[in-house]
Design a protein around this ligand. Structure first.
Ligand code: 4HQ
Length: 461
């Protein structure tokens, strides 16, 4: 495969391609790289390649004539069917301009570009090139990402590197095959090598980092499953966009934990919460909150609804209201359905009571064998300053593949007393309407939240 780079700074290209996999491929003659300098196609004394922009504005523009001549020379003539010496027609070089306005470069595009026998990579400098050059002499515009470089040369190097490693024999067979099918569309699993226990310093503290035991187990099926699960989990949390496009295979579905809604618990916290003056108080139960959030809990298929108050008589009252509601024949039928999955044994009551949020966390840790992801909700964006913010979509991506249960914490009164609830590790962005007046009842906010997380959008029904 041949690459011709049209650039006024050829010295940027050569050294970057001298070493490593690409350097060896060049030495072996598997790929060739040449540079063509538009300055060599000027006829004035100053070898001028730029000029001022029509219409004014800052900077300079690359003038068309030297650039057109350089592209034609790099492409091996200006005719589509340039012929080799023996008369056989050679396919015309594919001429690519590097520009932030181009089509984003992806591995799929790289695979297509790597099919070409000859790529001409045109690098602009200054503010860009005269538009008529694109019209006359460019087949395709490519961007390597949404940021602005000082010229196209680094983009050309990226294209060359990515294409070269796909040319047969440049990389070993195994690696390139892997590239195509195995991990397609997903991020890679983490890699480890010796030593098995790495003793190191982290911010002045001595730590020991071990290699995950499964990798040293010798169990190849278990290793493959672990790697696949890691790939899926990383992709879901780091690249929800890629994950959304990924179709799970049957094998991958088996790796996935039970659906998130079935291991999600809702907690309605009556203490510690703020009152209107910012004082820590304990609020009273309200009949509506118990009923309505219980209905939402059932509708969205959650595991349970925890009413949290340190006042014993209030917990008894909550249990009484719950029992009346659960006596209702319709409710009974739905609530007694055995849990679909998870480690919960038997049918736990849908409505549960606890004296403190930490008690709920301890219960869930015992039931599921791992601590829940505790997610707070707040109408105030400045609460829980230490907890990372998540949109419902981000939270779903993060929690769906992690087998841990999730605990959604709703506050009563004027909201959760954040500094007194250290177990919270994520904060959902506040629900906002079109007005500045933001005073949804906790049962409305809870219902909206559950719909954003678990509701099926109307267009998918
Ligand atoms: N530039 N992907 C401006 C880029 C770029 C990118 C190339 C800067 C062209 C004139 N190229 N010059 N991003 O930022 O490819």
């Amino acid at each position: 495969m041949k690459f011709s780079v049209v650039t006024i700074l050829p010295e940027l290209i050569e050294p970057a391609l001298a070493a490593g996999v690409v350097g060896r491929a060049r030495d072996a003659g598997v790929i060739t790289v040449e540079t063509v300098n538009p300055r060599d196609f000027t006829s004035d004394r100053h070898r001028t390649v730029d000029d001022t922009p029509y219409g004014g504005g800052p900077g300079m523009v690359m003038k068309p004539e030297p650039l057109l001549a350089a592209i034609a020379s790099a492409s091996g003539g200006s005719t589509p069917e340039a012929s080799a010496a023996d008369g056989t027609p050679t396919p015309r070089a594919h001429r690519v301009l590097l520009t932030p306005a181009g089509r984003p470069l992806t591995q799929a595009r790289v695979r297509e570009l790597a099919q070409r026998p000859h790529l001409v990579l045109v690098c602009g400098r200054y503010e860009g090139i005269d538009e008529r050059v694109i019209e006359l002499a460019i087949d395709e515009e490519v961007s390597i990402g949404d940021y602005v470089l000082s010229g196209g040369e680094l983009g050309a190097l990226v294209v060359i590197d990515a294409c070269a490693r796909l040319v047969p024999v440049v990389l070993g067979e195994a690696t390139s095959a892997d590239d195509e099918s195995h991990s397609a569309g997903l991020l890679e699993y983490p890699h480890y090598t010796r030593p098995p226990k790495l003793v190191a310093d982290r911010d002045g503290e001595k730590v020991e980092l071990e290699v995950p035991a499964v990798l040293a187990s010798g169990n190849h099926a278990a290793i493959a499953a672990w790697r696949r699960a890691q790939s899926l989990q990383r992709t879901a949390t780091r690249r929800p966009d890629l994950y959304a496009r990924h179709r799970l295979t049957d094998a991958e579905k088996k790796l996935a934990p039970p659906p998130l809604h079935a291991r999600t618990h809702l907690a309605l916290v009556h203490h510690p919460v703020f009152d209107r003056t910012g004082k820590i108080v304990t609020t009273s139960l309200t009949n509506f909150d118990i009923h309505d959030l219980a209905r939402s809990t059932m509708t969205y298929g959650l595991a349970a609804y925890h009413i949290v108050t340190p006042v014993t008589s209030q917990r008894e009252k909550a249990a009484h209201i719950a029992s009346l509601w659960l006596e209702d024949p319709d409710t009974k039928a739905a609530a007694r359905k055995p849990p679909k999955s998870g480690s919960r044994a038997g049918a736990l009551a849908l409505i549960r009571t606890a004296d403190a949020i930490e008690t709920v966390v301890a219960e869930l840790t015992a039931e599921y064998g791992t601590a829940p992801l505790v997610v707070a909700t707040s109408a105030r964006s400045d609460s829980f300053p230490g907890a990372p913010r998540r949109s419902p979509t981000e939270l779903l991506a993060e929690a769906s593949l992690d087998p841990a249960p999730m605990l959604l914490v709703l506050g009563t009164g004027w909201g959760l007393a954040d500094h007194l609830i250290p177990s919270v590790s994520r904060l959902l962005a506040p629900i906002e309407g079109a007005s500045d007046w933001n005073h949804l009842s906790v049962r409305s906010a809870g219902a909206i939240l559950l719909d954003r997380l678990f509701g099926r959008p109307p267009e998918e029904r």
